[in-house]
Ligand binder design. Sequence first.
Ligand code: EPZ
Length: 417
Amino acid sequence: MSKYVINGGRKLNGQIDINGAKNSVLPLLAAALLTDEPVRIGNCPILTDVDNMIRIITSLGASVNRDGSYIEIKSAGLCAYEIPKRQAKELRSSVFLMGSILGRMKKAKVAYPGGCDIGLRPIDIHLKALSELNVKIVEKYGYINCDANMMKASNVFLDYPSVGATENIMLLSAISEGITIISNVAREPEIVELQNFLNSMGAKIEGAGSSCIKIEGVRKLKGTDYYAMPDRIVTGTIMMAVALCGGDVVLNYTNHTHIDAVISKLRKSGCNIIVESDKICIQSFTRLNSLGYVETGPYPGYPTDLQAPLAALASTADGTTILVENIFENRFKHLPELCKMGANIRVKDRIAFISGVKQLTGAEVIAMDLRGGASLVLAGLSASQLTVVHDIQHIERGYENLDKIFVALGADIIKIC
Ligand code: EPZ
């Protein structure tokens, strides 16, 4: 298992280019199956989650060519509609392939993706929405068997603004006859991006970014050439590293409007942040103030994917930060690892009480999940002495060359395979 070895305590200075968004490219790759014409997507990050998605769509009969950050998908040869257990487990996000496969093949057989590092991850909201569109669903032997031959466009209400469920219904309804209206949808930027991508293929979708999306199904979608949006979670993670370590960094090719909630918290903590077009400049020269009370919530609330990096930042802020994780039930596994580095954190249910200490001390810690692992890297970058972060395969699911990014900004971090 690979690890990062970090000699902490250095400030971060310079500039970095932000890569494409994992949580946007994954649904765009699923959407590419909706047409038998070639689709090209630029600005795709090189990540294991993207590799796994490519493996799954190839197993369904599509052909995929990758050239650096460009991916071309040709799914004229799409011939299968089953996602086996191992693949579904390897990549939970394969669940929104259901919508695409049903749209093209009218049938889908997907293994239950099951839980993951951060929670049980049920898909009841996906299934309820599909059944409201008259998709016949039979759950048997750990598989979900869906039949969309009798599918009927309709009004669908999501009991919770689930990102994946919103994406699944958009994908299925885009090429299904009739008008589907989904209420109480997720409003994340990745949903807007999926609408723009599908509309560039000839779909007729409106309302993404609001709480209601209208989809007028079309008979056929055409190919497209699309450039994916920047990764807002990578942007926020790097900004928190600068806030935590101190320094002056410009982030290029990003979109500050996607992380208003994060920018507001970082300004409150004492960082100086200047935004202009696709750049963000963040400066941090003094010890941070406590972040006060932070609750994660659906967009535009504070993003759950930046809860763990914020915990690292709060660990050395001046005062107590109260962090409430409202989205996933098991997303505090990085906190005991931060305590090994001297953090003063108490947890009760989904609330973490973090009393800032002057500085963390390096230690051997273990990454338990993607964003928790990133928070341990940030802690190591700011800590005195040496930190070793084990099991970094979790981190490489969602961060492209995280060590190289920080070396470019002056940090002393190396990856040992
Ligand atoms: C997406 O997951 C992201 N993943 C997650 O990022 C992100 O944390 C999450 O949205 C919330 O923003 C991708 O886009 C690939 P949800 P998703 O459906 O779609 C519950 C990362 O670190 N729920 O909005 O799975 C669910 O258990 C990952 O990059 C149901 O109960 O999120 C969770 O508590 C982690 N039933 C909450 O809703 C359902 O049918 C939010 O889930 C579906 C969801």
